[in-house]
Design a protein around this ligand. Structure first.
Ligand SMILES: [Mg+2]
Length: 142
């Protein structure tokens, strides 16, 4: 899967043009997605030196991008195309509608193979527990 990921506010706290502190589990999740075989694309408003700093920072954390502000390594950078839209299967951005989920949730959504479905992990777990044991009240009074 091609996964486009934003930098400021998504991988690190938003301190642009500085690099903020890591958002918990962001880099670990990207390393795991990378070793699961996904292609990571950095998709950022950063350009030039500021963009290179972000790429170098991620590299220092063990994260290598397949492409940067482009759909593939051979692609023309989005800043020089008529459209800046990147070809990716999913986008991870702190400006997502609904905000940025925790990185653990992001990982589970991608790992499920249904990354565009709302994550219902906790509810699904609760449903299956209820089916196994009956509801709380039936266990209490049943
Ligand atoms: Mg952002």
């Amino acid at each position: 899967m091609k996964i486009a990921v934003d930098f400021d506010g998504t991988l690190v706290e938003h301190k642009y043009p500085e690099i903020g502190r890591d958002i918990p589990f962001a880099m670990q999740t990207l390393r795991q997605l990378q070793s699961d075989g996904h292609l990571l694309i950095l998709f950022s408003v950063r350009e030039g030196d500021l963009l290179n700093e972000a790429v170098d920072y991620c590299r220092s954390k063990g994260v290598e991008f397949y492409a940067v502000n482009a759909s593939s390594p051979d692609d023309i950078p989005s800043s020089r195309r008529t459209t800046r839209k990147i070809d990716a299967d999913v986008f991870i951005d702190d400006h997502n509608l609904g905000g940025l989920p925790d990185w653990g949730v992001i990982y589970q959504m991608i790992k499920s193979g249904r990354p565009l479905q709302p994550y219902r992990g906790i509810e699904d777990d609760a449903d299956s527990r209820r089916q196994r044991k009956g509801g709380f009240l039936s266990r209490l009074f049943g």
